[in-house]
Ligand binder design. Sequence first.
Ligand code: PRP
Ligand code: URA
Length: 207
Amino acid sequence: MVSIVEHPLVQHKLTRLRDKNTQPKEFRELLSEISSLMLYEVTRNLPLKEVEVETPLGIAKGKVLDNKEIAIVPILRAGLVMAEGMLQILPSAKVGHIGLYRDPQTLQPVQYYTKLPEDIHKREVIVVDPMLATGGSAVAAISILKSKGVRNIKFVCIICAPEGVEALESSYPEVEIYTAAIDERLNDHGYIIPGLGDAGDRLFGTK
Ligand code: PRP
Ligand code: URA
C-alpha cells in the first residue's frame, strides 16, 4: 500500500530539495517542513473522541485525539530531521532511534545503534527516512521493531525507488508506505535516479 502525497506544498518543497544548488541550511528546513506536511496525511485516520469545552461564552462540543499513543522512529542519520519536523505538530510523540548505514560495497544495512521507548510495543510507530532505495534499511528497521512486538507500523519517506517499494512490500505487506514521489530506478551504486543525491551528506554537509 503506497500513498503518494500530491499536495502542492509538498511537491513544491520536494522540487527545492532535489535541486543540487540547495544548501544544507535550506535543505534541513525544507525536509523538516515537508515532513510536518506529510504527517498531516499519515495521521488522517487517527481516532477522535467527543468532549465538551468551556469557551469564554458557553459550552462547545469538540473532538480530541483518543489516546492514540504514537512513536516516531527515525533511521539515522537522515531520518532525524524528518522526526524534528513531525514533532513540531505532534509534540507528545515519543521518539526511538535506529542507527543504520549502508555498506557502500554490498549496499547491505549495518546496524550500529538502537534506542526505543520501553512501551514501543503498545504504540503506533511511524518510521521515517527520506530515501527508500534498495529497501534494505527500511526492512532492517522494521524487523527490529517487529522483534520488539510492535504491530502497527507506517513508513514515511520522501523519495522511493520502485525496487525499494517492492522489497518493503514483499517483506512487510501490512506496512503502509507514504512518499512524495516514486522515481525511475536505482543506479549501479544504489542511488535513486533522479532522486536528490545522498540525503545524509546534503543535510549535514559531510561531502
Ligand atoms: C541512506 C538513507 C537510508 C538508506 C536508504 O542512509 O537515509 O537510510 O540510505 O538506502 P536503502 O534503501 O538502499 O537501504 P545511509 O545508509 O547513506 O546512511 P546515513 O543516513 O548515515 O548517511
Ligand atoms: N541513500 C541516499 O541518501 N540517497 C539515495 O539516492 C539512495 C540511498
